[in-house]
Design a protein around this ligand. Structure first.
Ligand SMILES: [Zn+2]
Length: 134
């Protein structure tokens, strides 16, 4: 469409070039405006097709990354019983830690933690975390 519009624009430019009066130039000018509109539509369609291709590529990259990391099977399984217990727990700790934390504390994020009740936390000789202030 862009090529057709540019060709029509060139044709209109050539047609108007020898006309001296406004009455003779007006039809060529109208044709040039129409040709410019055709160019605009072509450019918009070209951009939309490009955005679709980029979106399709982004989805493929995410899919490939998940496949390469083996996350597709993990995401399909959902949380394990141990992970569900930790998510429902009010307090967590991990081996080697001197403090107990809330499950959403950034200091335990990504670590293998075990759930514990507040009574367990007080009897286990663990201190309160200063970050999450559990
Ligand atoms: Zn904490």
């Amino acid at each position: 469409m862009v090529v057709v519009g540019l060709a029509a624009l060139g044709f209109c430019w050539y047609g108007v070039s020898g006309k001296a009066t406004l009455d003779n130039q007006t039809p060529w000018l109208s044709g040039a405006v129409l040709a410019y509109a055709v160019c605009d539509v072509g450019i918009v369609l070209w951009l939309v097709a490009g955005f679709r291709a980029v979106r399709r590529g982004q989805r493929q990259v995410v899919f490939d990354t998940r496949s390469a990391l083996g996350l597709s099977a993990v995401l399909a399984q959902g949380p394990t019983a141990e992970q569900a217990e930790v998510a429902a727990a009010t307090l967590v700790t991990a081996p080697g830690m001197m403090r107990f934390h809330r499950p959403e504390c950034p200091l335990v994020r990504g670590k293998s933690v075990r759930a514990m009740s507040p009574a367990d936390a007080s009897s286990a000789d663990l201190a309160t975390c200063g970050v999450c202030e559990s």
